[in-house]
Design a protein around this ligand. Structure first.
Ligand SMILES: [Zn+2]
Ligand SMILES: [Zn+2]
Length: 141
């Protein structure tokens, strides 16, 4: 069976996202893909991102100002820049801390008829660009 236009667009989106590490927004993915797949509307991008996230193919991250998407679904942690809103990967050095958080949450949840089976940690701070001192300029105000 030939792939439908719909699944072609979804695959294109998935490939683009997996090739990037900058946790793009839907708008940024749309801008990148519009050139490759004429007629891919922003609505199509949003819809396919929703489907892929629901299927567990990608991660949907709540950023500072808008949703961001990650093609890397292995457990890892993010730092969200409070200045420009970008999202960067942090190495998962805090696995042990996550496990003990989850144990505590799961115990509480079990006592209250809920189930806790995952942890998402989002660090906030500044990305490399925003943390760097502003470049010196010769401008005199
Ligand atoms: Zn930044
Ligand atoms: Zn990531």
């Amino acid at each position: 069976m030939a792939p439908t236009r719909r699944s072609r667009q979804r695959n294109l989106l998935l490939r683009e996202l997996r090739g990037r590490t900058d946790h793009p927004t839907a708008e940024s993915l749309h801008a990148a893909l519009r050139a490759q797949s004429e007629g891919m509307s922003l609505g199509t991008v949003y819809r396919n991102l929703g489907v892929l996230a629901a299927q567990g193919e990608i991660l949907e991250l709540a950023g500072e100002d808008c949703k961001r998407f990650d093609g890397n679904t292995a457990p890892h942690t993010h730092l969200c820049c409070e200045i420009c809103g970008c999202m960067e990967d942090l190495p998962a050095a805090e696995d042990a801390a996550k496990r003990s958080l989850l144990e505590a949450a799961a115990a509480y949840a079990a006592q209250n008829g809920m189930e806790a089976d995952g942890v998402r940690i989002l660090f906030t701070g500044k990305c490399k660009n925003c943390a760097a001192p502003a470049p010196q300029t010769d401008e005199t105000a």
